[in-house]
Design a protein around this ligand. Structure first.
Ligand SMILES: NC(=O)c1ccc[n+]([C@@H]2O[C@H](COP(=O)([O-])OP(=O)(O)OC[C@H]3O[C@@H](n4cnc5c(N)ncnc54)[C@H](O)[C@@H]3O)[C@@H](O)[C@H]2O)c1
Length: 262
């Protein structure tokens, strides 16, 4: 029931840290994977890795999630090539690795343009994906949408661990991700009886070369005393993408080493 043979899965922001592992996991479970990113060349190493593994065919396409036309063009190409789309992973975001122009500004110094840019990519991007790909899925009467949220949608960042570490958590990031969870519940219930399931994954902090002071402070506060490995979201994703979760809608699957549990 965890197999995805014959399914077509579109991943946004697939050129980033987690996108690669989402792609490997879905492909290893049998799905044709469509790697998309605003900068598609970032997906090239993952596409090569998928080719080398010899699994089902993958595709690499440009998609700026904040741009409606870009979504339409990408989905047109997917439908032309594979004839359908079964899984959408709304994963693209401005993050500490892929920062907006003023990502590191303090709250009082945040420019409206930067607030808007983060909301547009992280939240409006998921809205457009759900609307445009959701319509295709509704017409087919089946599909699974997995929205990638964040633990900072559920709890505030602990502001004490950031000073001097070079890591930033702007308010717009938390707010956009809380919006992603609200969007997930809204659509999950709207489409629950139409074959399209909508769920979310809440990752905790994933280690990506963070500075030593940040890593140490984060780990001290985490019940598991460590950050996540990037492949530790894969089990949750395969579960929500596949029929293993056929009665599961509007769920937020938290994979955070216990951060939000205490
Ligand atoms: N890494 C973590 O610790 C962590 C924790 C919680 C949640 N998340 C969430 O997981 C998801 C993936 O995070 P990641 O660590 O891989 O981030 P990342 O920064 O490594 O990757 C994000 C990708 O999104 C792409 N992107 C940015 N703007 C885009 C746009 N307009 N259209 C399309 N693509 C765009 C970037 O090019 C990049 O490849 C994000 O939604 C993030 O918020 C990550």
């Amino acid at each position: 029931m965890f197999r995805l043979d014959g399914k077509v899965a579109v991943i946004t922001g697939a050129g980033g840290l987690l996108g690669r592992h989402h792609a490997l996991a879905l492909n290893r479970h049998g799905a044709n994977v469509v790697l998309t990113d605003v900068n598609p060349s970032l997906c090239e190493p993952t596409r090569r890795a998928l080719d080398e593994e010899g699994g089902p065919e993958s595709l690499m396409l440009a998609c700026d999630v904040a741009n409606r036309e870009s979504w339409h063009a990408m989905i047109r190409d997917v439908l032309k090539h594979f004839g359908k789309v079964d899984v959408l992973v709304n994963n693209a975001a401005y993050t500490n690795q892929s920062q907006s122009a003023g990502y590191g500004a303090s709250f009082l110094e945040t420019a409206l343009s930067d607030w808007s840019a983060i909301i547009e990519v992280n939240l409006t991007g998921a809205f457009l994906g759900c609307q445009i790909v959701g319509e295709v899925m509704l017409a087919a009467g089946r599909g699974s949408i997995v929205n990638i949220a964040s633990l900072y949608a559920m709890v505030s960042p602990n502001h004490r661990i950031y000073p001097g570490t070079g890591i930033h958590q702007p308010a717009a990031y938390s707010v956009s991700k809380a919006g992603v969870l609200a969007l997930t519940r809204y659509l999950a219930t709207l489409w629950a009886d139409r074959g399209v399931r909508v769920n979310a994954i809440t990752p905790g902090g994933v280690f990506a070369g963070h500075t030593a002071p940040f890593k140490q402070r984060y780990e001290e506060l985490n019940p598991m005393k460590r950050m996540a490995h990037p492949w530790e979201m894969s089990g949750a994703l395969v579960y929500l993408a596949s029929d293993a979760s056929s009665y599961c809608v509007g769920h937020n699957l938290v994979v955070d080493g216990g951060w939000t549990a205490w």
